[in-house]
Design a protein around this ligand. Structure first.
Ligand code: ADP
Ligand code: MG
Length: 740
C-alpha cells in the first residue's frame, strides 16, 4: 500500500483485528460484523448517536426539585419490585437505583415498567441521567429519566455516546455486549492509526473552501472526539456533505453516462398535431402545464433520450401533459405508449384519452420518407388498448397495426413493454404511477425503438415527494413539477372527528353519517374506507365486512351499499364498481383498493375510519378520490389520534390539501428511511445525513456533483473521489460504473 494519506478504500481493506483490543476477541469481532461493522472503515464511520457536554452536568448536591437536569453518576444499589398481577390491572414493575457522584450527593432513580433496565444498570455502572428532579422522602429523585451508560474511557469535557448492542452469535449462549465505551475506544485506536500519514482528502481544495467545510481528517476526529461543543456541528457538516456527495456523484455519473451512450430520437416539435390538440381543449392550459410541456418538448427535440419524472398532485392535470408528449411522437411519424400499473387504470386512461382525442385528426404528410408516405390527407388518430382481456384474435390485429404503424397510441399495462409487443417506431413512452423504473425496463425499452434508438420516457407520479428527496431518490432523472391546480375546483373540506380511544364512539361519529345521508339525499355518493389492518389481507377483509354490516344495520340502513375489497374476484370487483359508477349503489364501503384510479365525479364524501392508522401519502390519495366534480366535497377523518404522530398527520390533513406541503410533513414525521429503501442500496449510504434536516446540503451536493463530473466525466483526475463512489455503491451500481 502507498505511503500517501490513507483513503477510505484502504481503510476498508483493514480487518478489525488490526485493533489490538479486538485482536484477541473473536466473539466481539463476530458481534460487530453482525451489526454491520466489518472493517476499519466501518468503525471510523460508526458515529456517536449523540454527545453529552459534561460542563452542563449538575452535581447531585446542587439539584433543584422541579428543574430538568443532567447528572453523571455511578449506580450503588439496585432493587427490583415485581408485584403479582392483581385483578384486571397490569402489574406495575418498578426498578429503583441509588446513584452517587463526586459531590457526595445521593439520588434515587425510579423506573416504572421499563423492561431490561436492571440488566442495563448493574451496580458499579456509570451513566448519564437526564430528567426532571422531584423529591421522595426528602431526597432528590428522577422518574423514568433518559439514560445513557458511559464508561471511564472518555475523560474529556464532551462524551460521545455510541449506539450500543446486545448481539447473539452462533454457539454462544450469553449475548455479546457492544457498549458505547467500547466503540469509543476502538474508534480512537483506529483514528490514531492513521497517524502521520493522515486521511486522504477527496474534495478539491477550492470546492472545500467555497463551501466552508473543514478537512475530512479533522472532521472525523472532531465528531468522534470533540474538544469543544462547536466542533461537533462543523464536523458533522463535512461528514454529511461527503455522504450526500457520494450519492449524487453516483446518480449524476449514471445520468451523464446514459446520455452519452444511449442514442435518443430527435423529435420535431414544429408539427401541427399538438397545436390542434391544445386548441381543441375546452380550457386553457394552466401556467404549470405550459411550463412542464415546454420542459418536456426541450427533451424530446434534444439528442439524448428523455428520462423525466413528472410529479403532480391528484387532479393537477397530468393527463394533458402526457398526451401532449405522446402526440409529439405521433406528429413526427412515430408511436406513443402509455403504461399503467393496473388494468382498471389502463382502461380508465384509455376511455379518458380517447374522449380527449375524439375528432382529432393527424395532419397528412407529403414527405415520401415518413410513416404515412404519400398520404397527404388528414386521417383519424388510432388509439388502442392492450390488457390481458384482449382476445387472441384482437391481439393479432393489434400486433399488425403496431408493426405497420397504423396504431398511433397504445395504452395498457406493463405487458406492453415486457411482452413480445413490437412497434414500428416507438417514440415516447409514458409510465403512470410507477415508483421505480428499473434498469431492466430501460433495456427492454431500448429494444422497442427504431434503429437502436431509445424512446423518450416520462414517468408520472401522483405521490409528491419533497424536492430534495426527489433529487436523491430520483436523482438520475430530470424532474418536472405540476404545482398549480386547474381552476374551478371546489376545495375539499376536511374534518377530523376525534373519537374515544377506548372503542366505538357513535356519538362522535353521528355528524359523519348525517352528512353522508344528506349528500345521498341530494343525489351525491360517498366512500367509506375501512380500518387498515397491516399485514393481513384476511383481517382487512373481515374488518370491511364488519363495517358494512354495522352500517347496514344502523346508521345507513336505508341506503344502498356496495362492498369492495382486494380479495374479491375481478369480475365481482368490476360489477361493484360499475354499480357505483352508474349510481345504483350510493355508498361504497371499501378497503384501500380504491386508493388509486377510481374516478367518480358524483362522489362527494370520503369517510376514512381509523384514519390515524394511515400514512399521510395514503390519506392524501384517498381524499383525492373526491372533489373531482363540480360539487363541494367533504373528507371525514375518523379516529382517536392517540399517538403524537397520528395526531400530527390528521392535523396536517385538515390544514392543507397541497400534496407537496403534506409530503414535507411526512418527511418530517417519518424520516427518509422509507424513501431511500428501494432505490439506494449502497454501502450504508446515509448514516449522518438527513434529507429533512440537511435539505440545503442535498442541493449543494448535487451542484458540486454536476460541476465535478462535467469537468471530468469519469472522475479520472479524482482518484480518491472515484474510489469512494465505487466503494459506497451497491453491486448494481458498481457494475454500471465499470461498464461505462
Ligand atoms: P391527474 O392525472 O393529474 O390526477 P387529470 O389529468 O386527470 O389529473 O386532470 C384532472 C381534471 O382536471 C380532469 O377532469 C381534466 O379535464 C381537468 N383539467 C386538466 N387540465 C385542466 C386545465 N388546464 N383547466 C381546467 N381543467 C383541467
Ligand atoms: Mg391521472
Amino acid at each position: 500500500m502507498s505511503d500517501g494519506p490513507i483513503t477510505y478504500a484502504e481503510l476498508a481493506g483493514y480487518p478489525l483485528t488490526v485493533i489490538k483490543a479486538l485482536h484477541g476477541s473473536p466473539k466481539k469481532v463476530t458481534a460487530l460484523e453482525k451489526v454491520g461493522v466489518g472493517d476499519v472503515l466501518d468503525l471510523v464511520t460508526y458515529y456517536p448517536r449523540r454527545h453529552v457536554d459534561r460542563s452542563r452536568e449538575v452535581a447531585i448536591r446542587d439539584l433543584v426539585p422541579g428543574d430538568e437536569a443532567m447528572v453523571v453518576a455511578t449506580v450503588r444499589n439496585a432493587t427490583q419490585h415485581r408485584p403479582q398481577r392483581r385483578g384486571r390491572g397490569r402489574p406495575l414493575n418498578r426498578d429503583e437505583f441509588d446513584v452517587t457522584d463526586a459531590s457526595g450527593g445521593r439520588l434515587r432513580i425510579t423506573f416504572f415498567n421499563t423492561w431490561g433496565i436492571d440488566a442495563k444498570l448493574p451496580v458499579g455502572t456509570e451513566a448519564v441521567f437526564f430528567g426532571k428532579v422531584d423529591t421522595f422522602n426528602g431526597r432528590p429523585q428522577m422518574t423514568n429519566p433518559v439514560v445513557d451508560v458511559i464508561g471511564g474511557e472518555q475523560t474529556g469535557r464532551i462524551i460521545s455516546l455510541y449506539p450500543q448492542h446486545l448481539v447473539s452469535i452462533p454457539g454462544q449462549k450469553a449475548k455479546i455486549k457492544l457498549e458505547s465505551d467500547d466503540f469509543s475506544k476502538w474508534v480512537h485506536v483506529a483514528l490514531g492509526k492513521t497517524g502521520a500519514r493522515g486521511l486522504a482528502e477527496p474534495l478539491p481544495e477550492p470546492v472545500r473552501k467555497r463551501l466552508g467545510l473543514i478537512e475530512r481528517g479533522q472532521a472525523l476526529w472532531g465528531y468522534h472526539r470533540p474538544d469543544a461543543w462547536a466542533d461537533i456541528a462543523t464536523a458533522r457538516k463535512r461528514l454529511v456533505f461527503d455522504e450526500l456527495l457520494r450519492v449524487q456523484l453516483a446518480l449524476v455519473l449514471r445520468k451523464r453516462s446514459l446520455e452519452r451512450t444511449a442514442k435518443g430520437m430527435v423529435h420535431d416539435a414544429s408539427g401541427e398535431l399538438v397545436r390542434r390538440f391544445h386548441g381543441a381543449l375546452p380550457y386553457p392550459l394552466t401556467g404549470a402545464q405550459e411550463r412542464v410541456i415546454a420542459e418536456i418538448t426541450t427533451d424530446l427535440t434534444g439528442p439524448h433520450p428523455m428520462h423525466r419524472l413528472l410529479q403532480g398532485d391528484v387532479g393537477s392535470g397530468k393527463t394533458v401533459v402526457a398526451v401532449s408528449a405522446l402526440l409529439v411522437a405521433v406528429q413526427g411519424g412515430h408511436q406513443g405508449a402509455l403504461m399503467a400499473p393496473t388494468e382498471v387504470l389502463a382502461e380508465q386512461h384509455f376511455t379518458g384519452i380517447k374522449a380527449l382525442l375524439a375528432d382529432l385528426t393527424v395532419p397528412g404528410d407529403p414527405d415520401p420518407d415518413s410513416l404515412f408516405a404519400g398520404q397527404a390527407e388528414d386521417r383519424p388518430l388510432r388509439v388502442e388498448l392492450l390488457t390481458n382481456k384482449v382476445t387472441a384474435a384482437n391481439r393479432r390485429k393489434l400486433a399488425e397495426g403496431l408493426i405497420d404503424g397504423s396504431v398511433d397510441l397504445l395504452i395498457g399495462t406493463h405487458a406492453l413493454i415486457e411482452d413480445a409487443v413490437a412497434f414500428r417506431s416507438l417514440g415516447v413512452v409514458v409510465i403512470d404511477e410507477q415508483h421505480r423504473f428499473g434498469v431492466e425496463q430501460r433495456a427492454a425499452l431500448r429494444q422497442k425503438g427504431a434503429d437502436g434508438a431509445t424512446p423518450d420516457v416520462l414517468v408520472m407520479t401522483a405521490t409528491p415527494i419533497p424536492r430534495t428527496a426527489a433529487m436523491t431518490v430520483y436523482g438520475d432523472l430530470d424532474v418536472s413539477i405540476l404545482d398549480e391546480m386547474p381552476p374551478g375546483r371546489t376545495p375539499i373540506v376536511t374534518t377530523w372527528v376525534k373519537t374515544d380511544p377506548e372503542g366505538d364512539d357513535p356519538e362522535a361519529e353521528a355528524p359523519v353519517w348525517d352528512h353522508v345521508r344528506a349528500e345521498v339525499a341530494a343525489g351525491r355518493q360517498a366512500y367509506v374506507v375501512c380500518p387498515l389492518v397491516e399485514g393481513s389481507d384476511k383481517l382487512e377483509v373481515a374488518s370491511a365486512e364488519e363495517t358494512m354490516e354495522r352500517l347496514l344495520g344502523g346508521e345507513l340502513h336505508d341506503l344502498s351499499l356496495g362492498l369492495l375489497h382486494g380479495r374479491m374476484a375481478s369480475a365481482d370487483k368490476e360489477a361493484t364498481m360499475d354499480a357505483f359508477r352508474a349510481g345504483r349503489t350510493q355508498v361504497l364501503v371499501a378497503t384501500t383498493v380504491i386508493e388509486v384510479g377510481v374516478d367518480v365525479p358524483n362522489a362527494t364524501v370520503m369517510v376514512i375510519l381509523d384514519a390515524d392508522r394511515f400514512g399521510i401519502a395514503q390519506l392524501h390519495q384517498l381524499r383525492g378520490r373526491v372533489g373531482r366534480g363540480a360539487h363541494a366535497s367533504h373528507c371525514w377523518l375518523v379516529g382517536p389520534g392517540t399517538t403524537p404522530d397520528g395526531q400530527a398527520r390528521l392535523e396536517a390533513m385538515v390544514r392543507t390539501t397541497d400534496g407537496f406541503e403534506l409530503a414535507e410533513v411526512d418527511l418530517d414525521l417519518r424520516g427518509e428511511g422509507t424513501l431511500m429503501g428501494e432505490r439506494q442500496k449502497g454501502r450504508n449510504d446515509l448514516k449522518l445525513a438527513s434529507l429533512r434536516r440537511d435539505r440545503e446540503w442535498v442541493e449543494k451536493a448535487r451542484e458540486v456533483a454536476f460541476e465535478l463530473i462535467d469537468a471530468d466525466p469519469d472522475l479520472s483526475h479524482s482518484d480518491v473521489l472515484a474510489g469512494e463512489v465505487a466503494l459506497f455503491l451497491g453491486d448494481d451500481e458498481a457494475d454500471f460504473l465499470l461498464k461505462s
